[in-house]
Design a protein around this ligand. Structure first.
Ligand code: PAF
Length: 285
């Protein structure tokens, strides 16, 4: 039976007991409103640890002033049931005062420069500082041996890996594959904001990424691939924030030669902002 914990002292007691028994502990950080994507993270965590803690915390410091913090869906009862069914051991659900005892204005902040400032970070200034700030706090609270994050938030995973390496957190970071709907749309808590016509259009994101991959693999120059993708998304009715092909560390490729690539996009349909990505290999010619 899952235990829901909202006091740090109790969390420390449980995790301390596990550690003394020599058990390996995994953390799955979430903002709740859990879906199949999150449950795949729990599965990955279970495969890599003896005990799993999932956190549910809608983190105010990673939302911009005009973003959806207030509307972000909060479904604690369904989340607890889902986590129990998925085999999670502890649900860590801190209140804002537990997470930020000095208040968000006076909280000690984290920042992973460079990688936090491009693509998603350029569109959402301060977003990754808020993510690093809360993830560092969660790491310190739970003290896991391993933590699992979704590859759908590709840049978030890269930012967290940089922070973990830089601060020498003794935590193994796992990236879980993207979970998709049958038509290819990446699972996201924000999909439920889409109207029926928008939901039907949203599949264009995945189709565009597949086109980007195929064109890059076929040797089309990156600039032309990106321009075609942008035109396709705009013609379908998206307001596009970015659609770019990058190296795995998110640096801009200087040539169209062989090697690993990731194509990432963010686009709005009405009031809903969606992100997706695809990782692929450009073959040697
Ligand atoms: O990916 C998310 O849900 C959030 O950014 C995270 C990692 C839980 C931090 O609030």
């Amino acid at each position: 039976m899952i235990e829901t914990v909202n006091q740090l002292s109790r969390l420390r007691e449980i995790v301390g007991g596990w550690k003394r028994a020599g058990l390996r502990v995994a953390l799955v950080p979430t903002m709740g409103n859990l879906h199949a994507g999150h449950f795949s993270l729990i599965e990955l965590a279970r495969a890599n640890a003896d005990r799993v803690v999932a956190s549910v915390f809608v983190n105010p410091t990673q939302f911009g002033p005009n973003e959806d913090f207030a509307q972000y869906p909060r479904t604690p009862d369904a989340d607890r049931l889902g986590l129990e069914a998925a085999g999670c051991d502890v649900l860590w659900m801190p209140a804002v005062e537990q997470m930020y005892p000095l208040g968000t204005d006076h909280a000690t902040r984290m920042r992973a420069p460079g990688i936090s400032d491009v693509l998603e970070g350029a569109c959402r200034p301060g977003h990754f500082d808020g993510v690093c700030t809360v993830v560092a706090r969660l790491f310190n609270q739970v003290q896991p041996d391993v933590a699992a994050f979704g590859r759908k938030d590709y840049q978030q995973l890269a930012v967290i890996r940089q922070m973990v390496a830089d601060l020498a957190f003794p935590i193994e970071i796992l990236g879980a594959p993207i979970v998709r709907e049958d038509d290819g749309l990446a699972r996201s808590s924000r999909n439920q904001y889409l109207s029926a016509p928008e939901r039907a259009l949203a599949v264009e994101l995945r189709r565009t990424l597949l086109q980007v991959r195929d064109e890059c693999v076929a040797g089309k120059p990156r600039a032309a691939v990106q321009a075609a993708a942008l035109a396709r998304l705009q013609a379908a009715g998206f307001e596009v924030d970015y659609c770019e092909v990058r190296l795995p560390d998110l640096a801009e490729p200087t040539r169209d030669d062989d090697g690993p690539r990731v194509a990432l996009l963010a686009a709005r349909l009405g009031r809903t902002r969606l992100i997706d990505n695809i990782e692929f290999q450009v073959p040697a010619r």
